[in-house]
Design a protein around this ligand. Structure first.
Ligand SMILES: [Zn+2]
Length: 207
């Protein structure tokens, strides 16, 4: 447990700090409830407002990714079908990554404009801009989730400042002590905290 806390501390200290106009960029957690065969995102308007994006734009994105129909009703969004808050939270994260945060400086102080008919994300903080990619529908929904105690094969892409190997898998950043950059290793997931995972080597490294 101590090890884990130490690892977590270490990992958190490496996270990029996302700041907008001096305040921390905190997006409200999606609040979902199921009504019959529909899923209601109760605080949809608050989320769109925090992201500073047109509610319709966020709503269309969610519909497309969830592969369903729905409607906006006051401050709520209603989707046909049942969806977990985990899936919706992941999609909102994906939306933020694609349509809100600057890929240069990581700040959320951006706006969307059309440049030669191409939807472009322009950063108010650093001036960077990039075209917004066309996403494949429903990729995120299908993304594999890691499970504690399970074994996965990963490639160590980087080494952290304290010497732990770091692998990326789906949305996860996985810390694997005792590995080196370029290793392909079988790992066992010990602990998952949000998008961070802590693992140990489960099998010998491949040469
Ligand atoms: Zn920027």
């Amino acid at each position: 447990m101590n090890d884990y806390l130490e690892n977590l501390d270490r990992a958190l200290s490496k996270l990029p700090e996302i700041k907008g106009s001096g305040e921390r960029f905190v997006v409200p957690e999606p609040r979902l409830l199921t009504e019959g065969k529909t899923t209601v995102l109760e605080n949809f308007a608050a989320i769109a407002d925090r992201l500073n994006r047109e509610p319709e734009h966020l709503f269309k994105f969610l519909l497309k990714e969830l592969g369903t129909a729905g409607k906006l009703e006051g401050s709520r969004a209603i989707f046909h079908g049942r969806f977990t808050s985990g899936v919706v939270a992941e999609l909102i994260d994906a939306y933020i990554k694609e349509y809100v945060t600057c890929s240069e400086c990581g700040r959320p102080d951006t706006h969307l404009i059309k440049v030669d008919r191409i939807l472009t994300l322009r950063c108010d903080a650093c001036g960077a801009h990039r075209p917004v990619a066309k996403r494949q529908a429903a990729v995120i929904v299908k993304a594999e989730a890691l499970t504690e105690g399970e074994i996965y094969e990963v490639r160590i892409d980087a080494v952290g400042s304290k010497g732990d190997g770091i692998a990326k898998k789906d949305k996860y950043t996985i810390y694997v002590p005792g590995t080196s950059k370029g290793d392909t290793v079988k790992i066992k997931i010990k602990k998952i905290a949000g998008n961070l995972a802590f693992a140990e080597i489960a099998a010998e490294k491949k040469a």
